[in-house]
Design a protein around this ligand. Sequence first.
Ligand SMILES: *[C@@H]1O[C@H](CO)[C@@H](O)[C@H](O)[C@H]1NC(C)=O
Ligand SMILES: *[C@@H]1O[C@H](CO)[C@@H](O)[C@H](O)[C@H]1NC(C)=O
Ligand SMILES: *[C@@H]1O[C@H](CO)[C@@H](O)[C@H](O)[C@H]1NC(C)=O
Ligand SMILES: *[C@@H]1O[C@H](CO)[C@@H](O)[C@H](O)[C@H]1NC(C)=O
Ligand SMILES: *[C@@H]1O[C@H](CO)[C@@H](O)[C@H](O)[C@H]1NC(C)=O
Ligand SMILES: *[C@@H]1O[C@H](CO)[C@@H](O)[C@H](O)[C@H]1NC(C)=O
Ligand SMILES: *[C@@H]1O[C@H](CO)[C@@H](O)[C@H](O)[C@H]1NC(C)=O
Length: 416
Amino acid sequence: MASVSSTSFVTCVLFLLLLHSSSIFHNLCAAKHGAATNRHNRHHHHHTQNPPLNPRLYRAFLALQAWKRVIYSDPRNFTQNWVGPSVCNYSGVYCTRALDDTKVTVVAGIDLNFGDIAGFLPNELGLLSDLALLHLNSNRFCGILPMSLSNLTLLYELDLSNNRFVGSFPSVVLSLPTLHYLDIRYNEFEGPLPPQLFNKTFDAIFLNNNRFTSSIPASLGQSSASVIVFANNKFGGCLPESIVNFADTLEELVLINTSLSGCLPQQVGFLYKLRVLDVSFNKLVGPIPYSLAGLSHLEQLNLGHNMLSGAVPMGVCELPNLNNFTFSYNFFCEEEGICQNLTSKNIVFDDRRNCLPEKPLQRSPKECNAVLEHPVDCFELCCVGGVSSGSVAIPPAALTPIGMPVSSPITAPPYP
Ligand SMILES: *[C@@H]1O[C@H](CO)[C@@H](O)[C@H](O)[C@H]1NC(C)=O
Ligand SMILES: *[C@@H]1O[C@H](CO)[C@@H](O)[C@H](O)[C@H]1NC(C)=O
Ligand SMILES: *[C@@H]1O[C@H](CO)[C@@H](O)[C@H](O)[C@H]1NC(C)=O
Ligand SMILES: *[C@@H]1O[C@H](CO)[C@@H](O)[C@H](O)[C@H]1NC(C)=O
Ligand SMILES: *[C@@H]1O[C@H](CO)[C@@H](O)[C@H](O)[C@H]1NC(C)=O
Ligand SMILES: *[C@@H]1O[C@H](CO)[C@@H](O)[C@H](O)[C@H]1NC(C)=O
Ligand SMILES: *[C@@H]1O[C@H](CO)[C@@H](O)[C@H](O)[C@H]1NC(C)=O
C-alpha cells in the first residue's frame, strides 16, 4: 500500500536523520538516499502525487521540521499537517519551479500570516535558500532572527510584523541582495538603525511601533524606497537634510510620534513625489518651510501636535492635490490667503489649538505668548548631535544569536 511505503519512507528518512544528525554533509547523503527511495516508490505507485524529493525540497523538509520542533503553540493548527516529506502539501508552504532549473520543484513561499503561532526562528531556516516570500504577520514568534537567513539570497518580501522579535535592528536583512519589501513593524526591536538600511533597493520599509532610538541616520545613501513608515519609535534628533536622497522615489513619509525635534528642513519640499507627509506628534519647532509649496502631488499633510509657529503659507494651501491638511496643536499665528478658507477648496482641515486670532478653539494668549516670545532660529538649531549618535554601528557581538533555546538535534554549520 502507498501509505505503508510512504510511512516506511518517512521512517527511513527519520532514521537516517537520527543516525547522521551531526552534519549537513550527512544530511545530504540522506537526501540522495531519500530521493532514490522516492523514485522507487513512484515506480510502483503511480497514484502518489508527491513530487520527487529533490535535494532542495529535502533541505526544506529539514528546515520545516526543525521549525516545527520550536513551535510551542499553534492554536489554529497551521503546522498540524507539517508531517512527512511532502512539504509542498504543508499548510502555508508554497512550491514552484526553481528559477534556475524549471524541472526542479522548490519551496518558494511561506505564508503563516495571522497564525497566532508561538515559537522562534531556528538556524535551519537558512536551508530555505529558494524562498522568495516569507510572511509571518501576526504571530507570536520571539527571539532574534538567525544569521543563517543571509542564505536566502532570493528573498524578495519579508514580513515579520506584529510578532515578538527583540534585539537590535536585524542586520541580517541588509545582506539579502534581492529584498524589496521589509516589514518589521509592531515588534520590540530596539537601538539605532544601521545607516546601510537606506543603501538598499527596498521599495517599502515599515519600522513603526518598535523601540528604535538614536536618530534617523543622516548618512542616507541613494534610497529607492517609495514608502517609509517609522511611526511610534523614539528616534529623537532632527529629520536629516539628506532625506532629499529619497526624492526620486519617496511617495509616503510617515514619522508620527518619533520624538523628532528641531526644524523641518527645506529639503522635505524637494521630495517632489510625496503624496503623504505626516510628522505629527513630535517636537518640531520653527516655520513650515516654504518649499512644501512645491509638493504638487501631496494629498495628505499632517503637521499636528508639534510646536511649529509662524504663518501657514498660502503656497501650501494652494497645492493642487491637497485634500487633508492637519496643523492643529501648534503655535501658528497667521493663515495666509486661502489658508483661511480651506473649506472653499474642499480641503479637510484641522486648525484648532493654535494662536490664530480670528479662529475658534485656539490656545490662550498666555500660552501663545510664552512660546512666541522665543522665536526659533533654524540656522542655529543644528542636528550634529543627532547625526553622530545615529551612525553608531551595531557591534558584531550584538548580531550573534546568543541565548536562543537550543532544542534542535540538526545543527546547521555556522554561516561563513
Ligand atoms: C486543532 O486540533 C486540535 C486537536 O486535533 C482540535 O482539538 C482543535 O479543535 C483544532 N483547532 C482548530 C482551530 O481547528
Ligand atoms: C498532496 O495534496 C494533493 C492535493 O490536495 C493530494 O492529492 C495528495 O494526495 C497530497 N499528497 C500527500 C502525500 O499528502
Ligand atoms: C545555504 O543554502 C545551501 C543551499 O543553497 C545549503 O547547502 C547550505 O547548507 C545553507 N546554509 C545554511 C547556513 O543554512
Ligand atoms: C552605500 O553605497 C555606496 C555605493 O554603493 C557606498 O559608497 C557607501 O559607502 C554605502 N554607504 C553605506 C552607509 O553603506
Ligand atoms: C508614541 O510612542 C510611544 C512609544 O514610543 C507610545 O508609548 C505612545 O503611546 C505614542 N503616543 C501616541 C500619541 O501615539
Ligand atoms: C485627515 O487627516 C487626519 C490626520 O491624519 C485624520 O485623522 C482624518 O481622519 C483625515 N480625514 C479624512 C476625511 O480623511
Ligand atoms: C469661504 O469661501 C466660501 C465660498 O468659496 C464662502 O461662501 C465663505 O463665506 C467663505 N468663508 C469665509 C470665512 O471667508
